[in-house]
Ligand binder design. Structure first.
Ligand code: PHE
Length: 341
């Protein structure tokens, strides 16, 4: 009997030590200690053992079972440790690997300026009209008091598509569309791209403007000035900015003005940005010429209006300190990345 138990024990211990995974371990456990396991069968056979031998045999069986269970336990721990090590190996993170750079897109500076203007004027009650980039000669010039032979046509070098159609040179073309389709009171802004055959550090053949038009009873140059004062404070972010109107000429406004703002960099003392003058030109404006209103069927005895045109690139260049307009169109990421506030 003792030999048989030793045999079972040795065989089981050898199998346990050879087991390389948990399944193999369980297999050995079942064949030895399971319901019909070899050791279990010996235990069941105890009834056939002579009563005086039972304590001894019982002790052998217990010893064999303890030895097998201890080996099982330690082999189990060993296998678990190895499995954990393998997992650590496979999930190892190399912290010296270069990171995967995820770049996030953002809005172009001109779009940011446009959105800001729409917000500012929107809060003053202006609605947005988006005109078309291809216009007729009539809306771009004639209806704006600039007939065929008018010398003011030379102020803007125009890209003609046909004698009748052109790429709009100014968002002012939208004024006429709005006044033709809507009765006063009118309070509208019209942002968009405009085109002129013009190309140097401060001019691009394609640039963006935002037109503003107000038509109502009793509108005067004072209303324009008051509104512009509000506007420049908001767009340049300071309450100390002042505006100054200088006489100018546009065929569709009378009187016409150029609007300067006090230099927000030097506060008006004179610096490089304002070329030592203390003032920076930001837009053209004026009281809408009666001829334009009448052409749109608006009674000038009852109504008057003002209009203004803002160059968005100019505002962006001033806000972001850019001295070449081309930087806004070259899509150079090194430049664009710096322009985000
Ligand atoms: N359209 C003019 C320009 O492009 C600007 C302007 C708009 C002037 C409205 C007066 C009134 O130069």
């Amino acid at each position: 009997m003792q030999n048989k138990l030793n045999e079972i024990r040795e065989k089981a211990i050898a199998q346990i030590s050879a087991a390389t995974n948990l399944d193999a371990l369980n297999e050995v456990r079942n064949t030895v200690l399971g319901k019909k396991g070899e050791l279990t069968l010996v235990l069941r056979g105890m009834k056939d053992v002579a009563p005086e031998d039972r304590p001894k045999v019982g002790q052998w069986v217990n010893e064999a079972r303890d030895a097998i269970e201890t080996t099982l336990e330690s082999q189990l721990k060993k296998l678990e440790k190895e499995a954990l090590k393998l997992r650590y190996e496979s999930e190892k993170i190399d912290v010296t690997m270069p990171e995967e750079v995820l770049t996030q897109g953002s809005l172009h500076p001109i779009t940011l300026v446009k959105n800001e203007l729409v917000d500012i004027f929107g809060s003053m009650g202006f609605f947005v009209y988006e005109g078309t980039e291809i216009e007729t000669d009539y809306y771009n010039f004639t209806a704006l008091n600039t007939p065929d032979d008018h010398p003011a046509r030379d102020m803007q070098d125009t890209f003609y598509l046909t004698p009748e159609f052109l790429l709009r040179t100014q968002t002012s073309a939208g004024q006429v569309h709005v006044m033709e389709s809507k009765k006063p009171p009118i309070k509208v802004i019209s942002p968009g791209k405009v085109f002129r055959s013009d190309d140097d550090a401060t001019h691009s053949p394609m640039f963006s403007q935002m037109e503003g038009l107000v038509v109502d009873k009793g509108i005067s140059l004072c209303d324009l000035k008051g509104m512009l004062d509000e506007f420049v404070k908001k767009i340049f972010g300071s309450d100390n900015i002042k505006t100054r109107l200088r006489p100018s000429y546009f065929p569709f406004t009378e009187p016409s003005v150029e609007v300067d703002v006090s230099c927000f960099q030097c506060g008006g003392c004179g610096c490089k940005l304002c070329k030592g003058t203390g003032w920076i030109e930001v837009l053209g404006a004026g009281v809408v010429n009666n001829k334009v209103l009448e052409g749109c069927g608006i009674d000038t005895n009852e109504y008057s209006g003002f209009a203004f045109g803002i160059g968005l690139e100019r505002i962006a260049m001033l806000k972001y300190g850019i001295n070449n307009i081309k930087m806004l169109f070259e899509s150079d990421m090194r430049v664009l990345k710096q322009l985000h506030e």
